[in-house]
Write a protein that binds this ligand. Structure first.
Ligand SMILES: [Zn+2]
Length: 431
């Protein structure tokens, strides 16, 4: 009995200690439905305004309290790009973490500072704070009726402390199911929203093959998808498998020699057909003319990544047979980069290194501006689960094969919500 009494006293004392510690170790933003806190955004740009709005919106949903926006007396949550913060606020933050799109948070009893290394970092910092309060977001198609967990609290508090975090990956492209084929703006907006919350910084668009590509871009623009991407500071990547849009099969009657050879016959770019004849300079010039027209009319595109039609074999003509598919693709992309360096100098240009990224080009050196994507899904899954394969593969491509840049493309497609969970923290999840 004495033994149990001792344990009971110990637990009671521990409980009192915890209560005392809890009071001094937390910033209480809202107490029993009331607050004198405010939200102060110090960076004058649309992305940081969006971040402040998200914080205000979710805190109201959690507690019913609307924190005023703007400077004033009393405790506050200050947010903005680090260089815009007052020196007192900046000095509360830890040093920036090495990497991309980083942010730091400092929480003291009467102030919370969220400093982004850039605009995106500010948005991520806001979502980090909301996660500390208990918010969770899920892939919208997993259960469309239950896409988020937002706690209902009359008292909202967060533990005091400091943290700084950044991603080791510069371009974190989310290939969400709604960005494949038909344009459905409402589904796309729901998925890009959760992608940003999961710390992706770009959306990967796979165009449809039936509708002209410029028209598809306009549908995204008209549906407000591009505006939602830019509002968050995200980037748009695409249009992926799209060669037939830039060298249309309509030319087949007039120029069969521009098209791929299969079993001794020229055939179109379609299932059981072939990729176009990439060794033909006129075919490449026509492709580049159309690609240039498209990108100049699609200013919301940040990474232009045209790829051969999915699953098609490469041309078997005598000239193409002298090269590997990767050499042929790099020849086309190098010429495309030369053309676009004058008309669209800020556009990033990307392709993948053949069907198998282990097959490097034999003769053609990629243009220094050409970005090489690793698209092997199996490699990516292994990398997400073990962290080994991707790193070794990436190192080999970069150091041994002299690939100039590497973009891991993280695939989230219909039927694979589990993968999204593996990738749910793109920042901090991979080292
Ligand atoms: Zn050929």
């Amino acid at each position: 009995m004495t033994k149990y009494l001792g344990a009971l006293i110990f637990l009671i004392v521990l409980g009192f200690c915890n209560m005392g510690v809890a009071r001094t170790m937390e910033a209480v933003i809202i107490k029993q439905g009331k607050t004198n806190w405010r939200i102060v955004n110090v960076s004058d740009n649309e992305v940081c305004k969006f971040a402040a709005g998200e914080l205000q919106r979710y805190l109201k949903e959690i507690s019913g309290c609307e924190l005023p926006l703007g400077a004033g007396e009393g405790p506050c949550i200050v947010l903005g790009i680090r260089k815009d913060l007052a020196s007192d606020d900046n000095s509360l933050l830890p040093d920036s973490s090495n990497g991309f799109d980083g942010y730091a948070i400092a929480i003291i009893p009467d102030k919370i500072v969220i400093g982004g290394d850039n605009e995106r970092g500010v948005v991520y910092g806001v979502y980090d704070l909301l996660e500390r309060i208990g918010c969770r977001w899920f892939y919208p198609q997993q259960d469309p009726k239950d896409i988020e967990v937002i706690p209902r609290l009359s008292t909202v508090c967060v533990e005091i402390g400091k943290t700084a975090i950044a991603s080791p990956i510069e371009y974190r492209i989310c290939n969400a199911s709604s960005f494949f084929f038909e344009i459905d703006p409402s589904a796309m907006k729901a998925q890009l929203d959760v992608a940003m919350k999961a710390r992706y910084n770009g959306m990967g668009w796979q165009c449809d093959h039936r509708t002209p590509i410029g028209e598809q871009y306009k549908q995204m623009e008209k549906g407000g998808v591009n505006a939602e991407i830019k509002k968050r500071g995200m980037i748009l990547h695409g249009p992926a498998h799209s060669y037939p849009h830039f060298l249309p099969n309509d030319f087949f009657g007039e120029h069969p020699e521009w098209f791929g050879m299969r079993n001794g016959k020229r055939v179109k770019q379609e299932f059981a057909g072939s990729q176009f004849c990439l060794s033909n300079p006129e075919a490449r010039r026509t492709f580049i003319d159309n690609a240039e027209k498209f990108v100049l009319e699609s200013p919301g595109l940040d990474i232009f990544c045209p790829l051969p039609f999915d699953g098609g074999q490469f041309c078997e003509c005598p000239d193409c047979s002298k090269s590997t598919p990767t050499d042929l693709m790099f020849t086309l992309m190098n010429e495309l980069i030369e053309r676009l360096s004058l008309s669209a100098p800020n556009l990033l240009i990307e392709t993948y290194g053949g069907y198998n990224p282990k097959d490097p080009p034999e003769k053609v050196k990629p243009h220094p501006k050409l970005r090489i994507a690793i698209t092997a899904m199996v490699t990516m899954i292994l990398s997400m689960t073990s962290g080994v394969t991707w790193k070794n593969g990436a190192r080999r491509l970069r150091e041994d094969l002299h690939y100039v840049s590497i973009t891991p493309t993280i695939l989230q497609h219909r039927g694979s919500p589990r993968l999204m969970r593996l990738c749910s923290k793109v920042i901090g999840g991979i080292s």
